[in-house]
Design a protein around this ligand. Sequence first.
Ligand SMILES: NC(=O)C1=CN([C@@H]2O[C@H](COP(=O)(O)OP(=O)(O)OC[C@H]3O[C@@H](n4cnc5c(N)ncnc54)[C@H](OP(=O)(O)O)[C@@H]3O)[C@@H](O)[C@H]2O)[C@H](O)CC1
Ligand SMILES: [K+]
Length: 506
Amino acid sequence: MKILTAAQIAEGDRITIERQGITSEELMERAGTLIFKQIHNRLQGAQIPVKIFCGIGNNGGDGLVVARHLVQHGYTVEVYVVNYTDKRSDDFLNNYEKFKETTKDWPQLIKEEDGIPEIDQGDFVIDAIFGIGLNRKIKGWMCKLIERINKSGAFVLAIDMPSGLFPDKISQSDAIVHADYTLSFQNPKLSFFLPDTMDYVGEFQVLDIAIDRQYLAEVKSETFLVGKEQAKILYKPRKPNSHKGDYGNILVAGGSYGKMGSVLLTATAAMHTGTGLCTLYIPESGYTIIQTGLPEAMVITDKNAKILSDFPKNFKADTVCFGPGAGTAEETVHSLENFLKKQKTPMLIDADGLNILSQHKGLQDLLPENSILTPHPGELKRLLGKWKDDIEKLKLAKEFSKKYKVIIVIKGTHTMIINRDEIYINTSGNPGMATAGSGDVLSGVITSLLGQKYDPPVAAVLGVYLHGLCGDIIAADEGFEGLTAGMIAQNMGSAFKALFENQEIA
Ligand SMILES: NC(=O)C1=CN([C@@H]2O[C@H](COP(=O)(O)OP(=O)(O)OC[C@H]3O[C@@H](n4cnc5c(N)ncnc54)[C@H](OP(=O)(O)O)[C@@H]3O)[C@@H](O)[C@H]2O)[C@H](O)CC1
Ligand SMILES: [K+]
């Protein structure tokens, strides 16, 4: 699914109105009615005090549509217009009149701090102050209103977006509604997925308001959401008539004394993702550990007992994963340099491999084109330098991706895959995956797909999705706390199966 900018969403409204031969007021009625139905479905007529705060633009207009339907269905509703200016949008005004006609009552106007009502913990607050039209920081007494909403402890439902949040930039103010639930129209917004802003959104649901399908299909976006529908079309079925040589000969290089488990996790995950042949290149002291832990894999040992210092001679692999548990010793820098010089096809670099790249920037020029880097936020900061907010982080990552012709997988709650100017936002996964070794497993999954000749961006996007999906499947049985990286590595097969099952896991 595409993520659109505020301007593209507004253009979608305009085209929909034109092509469907409807008025903008009818589109607003459609949008507001969908929100009302969601609320009505959940409240089922319960007499919870509802307080709706409406701005004076179209987000406020949506709020007035919802308010009218709630009143008509017998709910206890207090409607407030947040009157920070005398300007009003046409569709706000139309719905203001309709509200009066239906309820024989005008909404209450809030014009200053004194007019802000008390909000109780037991209230149900609907936030319709600002939507995608927010174009500057919220100031003055409106900040007090937002503060009161946030401090009330009431359940807060945001219409389209929490007020104060921009769809695709970061606000430098904390006057932002902290929603428990957001009902958003047609396409989710970028800020729903960024670590800086996602907590304001709460849980969210996207409502289809039937924006023109042709427009949605043709509009150009560089930012995409990856769910099961998008992931499953990337999968390449295995051929009945095939052998292990068809599924990649991969090399996993890494490990050091005390951190041999990381490469074991990587290689185990790769085998369970379908790799044909897997060899590990590890310090000598890891030999027995790996041969015992993963009998399916072959092992080549470095001459050094505790760290990597060299490069396996006369060895050819379809792709290489370098870094898990490797450490950053001078000898290991030399080892990575050798790999980078000899490896001509895209490879994956993770963990200490990335730290070495950050400390020895000259090595970055040696990265084979379309290689995949899988940093967590700390490794990314070392690689790119500091950023002021998530939007700048994405800009820096795109610049790096273009400069070095590589793909960057920024790991996090919503892992983002950056391929030049394109961003793919993953939707699978859960907090149980914030556990040691989870990243080593992801490296194994992606390297395995690279070895199976998936295009590098596809290997990254599909690998990240499958890894998260596997975590979701395990968490469904074991809970978040019980989930370990080893379980993900062992159970990757269930993620492939679930890709083609209908029940909603992620
Ligand atoms: N397809 C859809 O998604 C549909 C969405 N709808 C709803 O419409 C809103 C967007 O409505 P819009 O009128 O464009 O904008 P807002 O309601 O968000 O904001 C209203 C005006 O407020 C002014 N503004 C912006 N920032 C501030 C600020 N910090 N302080 C004060 N005022 C501010 C701005 O006007 P200016 O002229 O003053 O710049 C805004 O225009 C969308 O989110 C949906 O809820 C439709 O109902 C149906 C289709
Ligand atoms: K809102």
